[in-house]
Design a protein around this ligand. Sequence first.
Ligand code: G6P
Length: 492
Amino acid sequence: KSTLSRHLSGERVIIVANREPYIHQRAADGGIQVSHPASGLVTALEPVMRACSGVWVAHGSGSADRETADAHGRIRVPPGEQSYTLRRVWLSKEEEQGYYYGFANEGLWPLCHIADTRPLFRAEDWRHYREVNRRFADAVCEEVEGEDPVILVQDYHFALAPRMIRERLPRATIITFWHIPWPNSERFGICPWRVELLEGMLGASILGFHTQAHCNNFLDAVDRFMEARLDREQNAVVHRKRQSLVRPYPISIEWPSQWAQATPPTRECRASVLAELGLPPDTLLGVGVDRLDYTKGIEERLQAVERTLERAPHLRGRLTFVQLAAPSRTVIERYRQLNASVEVLAERINQRFGTGNYRPIILLRAHHEPLSVFRYYRAADFCYVSSLHDGMNLVAKEFIAAREDEQGVLVLSHFTGAARELTEALIVNPYDLEEASAAILAAVEMPREEQAARMRSLRAFVAEFNVYRWAGRMLVDAARLRQRDRLNVRLP
Ligand code: G6P
């Protein structure tokens, strides 16, 4: 284990995040299967929890979640290792509909992402959102030991929980991390419950975002919609006599990656992936890995591949792009539409450029476990992350973690938080098909030495700024706040 992860050991933290790190499902043969959800949040936080001790409070979402947990919804995880407790909270169908699908994913998700999908705000969804935040806040308080616990509240599912927890535990250190972008205040202002959301979040001692720009947008919203004192120099807000620090903490992945360590070497991955897909050895292989979500720019990505084939006839028959697309939030109409339109688009491109057995686009619409995803990362000549807007995007960092061979090119959307850090990637505007296809061409033609030089430097960056450092920085800031409170420094 790295020094940074050792540094976290002994910290007892309570995390509340909607998505659970392990999902227990009843398999067709009657046995129980454990899977890892496709979620950047889980990718980042699970290793942190393994390094710390404590409890992860989450929505129990698997078909065998109840029977594998005890009467309080608790189960020790990871399976076999059992380093921390997963505490599951069960939701009724109506609660899940209103809080998760409705307010969180049809309201806040499109509100925060600039991807031209209109947010929908329904009073009924808001009511469930509030109630479910209350239920999770109660579960957190039940897991607390002592008067001043460290509680990490994760993401847009729980904007109200920090205040609810604060009312019950005035001395708690509450760190809220917002995993998605925070929009400018014109956009944020269209939410009918904008003040309630801000009030809720300001229950936290520290509010973390990926970038300074998101912090600034949040501070602007507070300035515009609330009676609160802003300290722009300190990046802080004083509200109800309490201070909340607003800070950028760019999220990352574990390093070394457990999945990279468990994946066979590049040559083997490449041979087995090409064989599985029925592709010849001289294939130029691109890979995309996402939830099927309209913020990820999957259509623009396939169009960029199409444009590449238009521009470079010599690549027809050789260039294949495989898209791993995990079905996501399929109850929501917009996601179903996307699913259908991606399929139609892939089919159209395949009709246009396919010959014999050759299909330029291979669309694999299924959940893939991390080990399988890492095989694809290793098999590929390039990975294209084309998000139209993304808080960070950890697929980009995972691709880097997979490439111990220092080969492979990352083509990365300018509109991800990751683009600010991973400057040796080929950074593109995914809406600009000329630029994106030029980058794909450059990627497949890039000399091995240049690939190695870029990848080496990307790997050095992610190795250093890994997720233990992300968590460590927040916990260090929290420790300083606690120390200051103990010294009883009065706020001006
Ligand atoms: C984003 C969110 C996470 C979420 C993940 C997967 O990364 O920030 O909170 O877990 O998407 O979405 P899902 O709705 O399946 O949990």
